[in-house]
Design a protein around this ligand. Structure first.
Ligand code: B16
Ligand code: MG
Length: 216
């Protein structure tokens, strides 16, 4: 199989921003008297901001008006952006930049497929933005993962077919999104959580293009 493109998720694949999302959501949950654990946070990976808030409110059986929800979502985002503001190249997960550069040298097309509305500032802060030919994020999509919209848009813009494109994802919902639209999927994390992926790697450390070609 000829791999023509790779689409990368952002949070948990390129940078470890998932921990900042968690901290910011946990602070918000606790301020409402709702307990929110790391295990529950797994369910929020790849999920949009408002859907994440609704999930947390449901945990505490808290009902709020749309206006109040908008306010809370904005305050969570302000908190998250305080972390983003301090980001630099040291936040890039081991090996991923080298892998993307190796793909580019081999003329494999590169896109970002993230649910986040903060994807561009993060790529700028970490100095990675120039590596991406196409960026599809929470600002260009209506439906979030597990809907495959974000990846379909990425592949369409890159002018490649799903079956010749590999999606790298750390969330179950993201893997489901990729599989649903017939992309090749590689999970970043642990087999037991990402069992639905075509293949799972712990991260990009020591992962080379030759390894990808062996998988597909
Ligand atoms: P924002 P990804 C997702 O990004 C995160 O995994 C998820 O936890 C977050 O709620 C979502 O982005 C929205 O992020 O509030 O920054 O718009 O993993 O799809 O890159
Ligand atoms: Mg992610």
């Amino acid at each position: 199989m000829m791999i023509k493109a790779c689409i990368f998720d952002l949070d948990g694949v390129i940078v470890d921003s998932a921990k900042y999302h968690f901290t910011a959501w946990q602070e918000l949950a606790n301020s409402l008297g709702i307990s929110f654990t790391k295990e529950q946070n797994e369910d929020l990976k790849g999920v949009s901001r408002m859907d994440s808030l609704n999930y947390i409110l449901k945990l505490g059986s808290v009902e709020l008006s749309q206006e109040e929800k908008e306010k809370l979502a904005a305050s969570k985002n302000d908190r998250y952006l305080q972390y983003v503001d301090k980001m630099d190249k040291s936040e890039i997960l081991p090996g991923v930049e080298e892998f993307i550069r190796e793909c580019r040298e081999a003329s494999i097309k590169i896109a970002l497929g993230s649910s986040s509305k903060n994807a561009r500032p993060i790529l700028e802060k970490t100095n990675l933005i120039d590596l991406f030919e196409v960026i599809v994020d929470g600002n260009n999509t209506i439906n979030t993962k597990p809907d495959p919209e974000v990846f379909i848009k990425g592949a369409t813009k890159l002018k490649v077919k799903a079956e010749e494109t590999v999606v790298f994802e750390d969330s179950i919902k993201g893997i489901r999104a990729a599989n649903k639209a017939y992309f090749r999927s590689i999970g970043i994390g642990e087999w037991h959580t990402l069992i639905e992926a075509d293949y799972v790697i712990p991260g990009f450390e020591n992962f080379k293009l030759t390894d990808l070609k062996e998988i597909f």
